[in-house]
Design a protein around this ligand. Structure first.
Ligand SMILES: O=C(O)CCC(=O)C(=O)O
Length: 314
């Protein structure tokens, strides 16, 4: 186990119930053996409802995760080399943004977000009409980085504009160690919207929640959480890099926040009822729209409407 950087913030609070906030910042980096669920484990749903998060393992093929890791790490190391030679400013967060933009345009990314096991799992939470919001966030957590964007204090994501219908899902491309993972406050989502001030729980609230350091997350594991759940970056390791991708999933059948509308989304699956509606053709259910003709859907949409007939040129 690597020593923690002297000043890395291990934001651990103690108590399941509200307590004075003065305990913020006390380090408790003991490894917690967080239960990891298999994708089809029904007990995971109960864990999510009660605790606000679930750790999954066994979803992605290790080769897929290795390819994602290489894509990100190669580009990161290239930029690091350039900055060592003073040809590039040191800006890990900026590099992460460039890398994820490139990643999102690859077939690899396509394979990643349309992975059948992850789709099936997300549908268990959100239903059959599933979409991924635009702009995944790539987290490259490196030793000694001070950028507050990658070193988040305890906060909830609903506070910053994500709707409460959206599910957060972070895939780890590298293992975490005791110091560079994520921490969550189990059950805090059941307290509703907890005010955040400047990326940490508003001190005026004078509350604290027990925080669990998810240090045992491994490459390929998936962590999902509710947008009202308090969580944070545990800190930075002095040797290891953590790479992870946070994506946001929603149902096209639940409301979007204004931010989510602006970000856009990609539909990943359409449920049976909406498959029927799409074949009829419009929400007004215009009678006999295709009577005597071809009942089917634009062939470019075969992946999300797999039950339609398709004819060339339609
Ligand atoms: O990965 C982390 O350290 C924190 C992640 C986070 O806060 C988020 O994705 O909203």
């Amino acid at each position: 186990m690597q020593p923690r950087e002297k000043d890395s913030p291990a934001r651990t609070l103690h108590s399941a119930k509200a307590r004075p906030l003065r305990e913020v910042g006390k380090a408790d980096l003991s490894d917690v053996q967080v239960k990891k669920f298999r994708p089809t484990d029904a007990a995971a749903i109960s864990h999510f409802v009660r605790e606000g998060y679930v750790a999954y393992t066994g979803i992605y093929a290790p080769s897929l995760i290795a390819a994602c890791r290489s894509f990100c790490l190669d580009r990161f190391h290239h930029r690091l080399q350039q900055s060592t030679k003073r040809k590039l400013a040191q800006d890990v967060n900026g590099w992460a943004v460039e890398i994820v933009e490139a990643f999102a345009k690859t077939d690899l990314y396509d394979r990643f977000i349309t992975h059948p096991k992850s789709l099936a799992l997300l549908q268990r939470y959100l239903g059959p009409d599933l979409a991924i919001l635009g702009y995944d966030a790539l987290w490259i957590n490196v030793p000694r980085d001070r950028d507050p964007v990658l070193l988040k204090g305890i906060h909830s994501d609903a506070w910053t504009g994500t709707s409460i219908h959206t599910l957060f899902a972070k895939t780890f491309f590298t293992d975490c160690d005791a110091y560079n993972g994520m921490s969550v406050c189990p059950g805090s989502h059941l307290q509703g919207m907890i005010p955040v001030r400047n990326r940490a729980v508003d001190p005026a609230c004078d509350v604290a929640f027990n925080s669990v350091n998810l240090s045992t997350m491994k490459a390929g594991d998936l962590l999902i959480w509710h947008p009202l759940l308090l969580h944070s970056t545990t800190g930075h390791s002095d040797t290891n890099i953590r790479i992870s991708l946070t994506s946001r999933y929603t149902s096209t059948e639940t409301p979007f926040s204004s931010q989510e509308r602006a970000l856009g989304y990609r539909t990943l699956s359409v449920g049976p009822m909406n498959q029927v509606g799409r074949m009829i053709g419009n929400d007004l259910l215009t009678p006999f729209r295709t009577y005597g003709g071809f009942v089917g859907i634009d062939r470019r949409m075969g992946a999300v409407y797999p039950h339609s007939d398709y004819k060339n040129g339609y």
